[in-house]
Design a protein around this ligand. Structure first.
Ligand SMILES: [Zn+2]
Length: 336
């Protein structure tokens, strides 16, 4: 049986080795760093006294997203194993090298963990992290939720998303995304390399959520993420309690290739200062100016017309910008 604060090789970790009716904090050893210290997944488990499903959740796939990790810590703290059915298993910060650097990508290899799943056991540190998670952890769950946010440089409208599956699991994912409780639910065509792609390979239904970000963890965002996790636990019949079952006003699927890839829309044509003319969730028309790029001397280097009508889902709020950095994602809404 596993007791709290144990260090265990990730390859040897079994959720069923955690005693029912207990909470544990574990360090799952992924690899060794150049200084000989272990690279670990700091993991928290609440194993309920009653049988039930296993919800796995992660934050910190990107190292500059903080709402998810803190909400996971809050839920771990408040869950009572005596009343929980099944197991809440969570890794608040999956990508510790990126977290330590406070950057989106890995601090040493500069790889985006959300593009390289299922990783490689003999590859870079980021590839090893992806591999350890996909190989040893993910398959032990019945449902997976990956918690994201806008990160240091962007603000994003809250939404719950999923990769569209050609199976019965798709309905379950959609219902879970609705249950989370945000005002926007968006299913998109499957993209490779994501944690959700690895879940799909394991046959584990999954959702992801996006939260405002800007490198912050505001109290209201933390509370909404905490409530979302609790709603998901109720949806999975692990906790008593109600959860949203009615689709929100915006709940739809976009099954075109690349639709869920937010970081390619409206790339900056020049380096300089990005001065936005819109805020997140504004409605915009095609051709409307989303903002401009200025030279340090104030001259306007470029104006950014919207490529389509829709709502501003994702907006760069860090003004310093390099040519090619993405600026704004405009979400095309279905006709109503
Ligand atoms: Zn992210």
């Amino acid at each position: 049986m596993i007791s709290t604060l144990e260090k265990i090789p990730a390859a040897e970790f079994r959720i069923e080795d955690v005693r029912p009716g207990t909470k544990v904090r574990l360090e799952l050893i992924v690899d060794s760093l150049p200084d000989g210290q272990p690279l670990v997944f700091s993991t928290v488990i609440v194993r309920g006294s009653h049988p039930g499903k296993t919800l796995l959740t992660t934050g910190g796939v990107h190292g500059d997203e903080y709402e998810g990790p803190v909400a996971i810590q809050d839920v771990f703290e408040e869950l009572d194993p005596q009343s929980l059915h099944g197991t809440f298993a969570a890794i608040p910060i999956l990508n510790t090298p990126a977290y330590t650097a406070a950057t989106r990508e890995g601090g040493w290899d500069h790889q985006n963990l959300a593009r390289i799943f299922p990783g490689n056991p003999t590859g870079t540190m980021s590839e090893r992290i992806a591999n350890a998670f996909a190989t040893y952890i993910l398959g032990q769950s019945d449902f997976y939720a990956d918690l994201h946010a806008g990160g240091n440089a962007y603000q994003i409208q809250r939404f719950a998303g999923y990769q569209i599956l050609d199976s019965e699991l798709n309905r379950l994912q959609r219902a879970a995304a609705i249950a989370w409780g945000f005002d926007l639910v968006w299913g998109t065509a499957a993209l490779p390399g994501r944690s959700l792609s690895a879940a799909r390979e394991c046959g584990v239904p999954a959702i992801y959520v996006e939260m405002p970000g800007e490198g912050r963890c505001r109290p209201e965002d933390r509370e909404m993420a905490r409530q979302g996790l609790r709603n998901l636990l109720s949806f999975l019949t692990m906790l008593p309690g109600d959860f949203p079952t009615t689709p929100p006003e915006y709940c739809f699927e976009t099954n075109s290739e690349g639709a869920g890839h937010l970081q390619i829309d409206h790339p900056s044509p020049a380096s300089g200062l990005f001065v936005p003319a819109v805020t997140v969730w504004d409605s915009v028309e095609k051709g409307q100016t989303l903002g401009e790029i200025r030279h340090p001397n104030g001259s306007v280097l470029a104006k950014i017309p919207s490529q389509r009508a829709g709502r501003v889902l994702f907006l760069r709020t860090l003004p310093r910008v390099f040519a090619g950095d993405f600026l704004v994602f405009v979400l095309e809404l279905p006709a109503r």
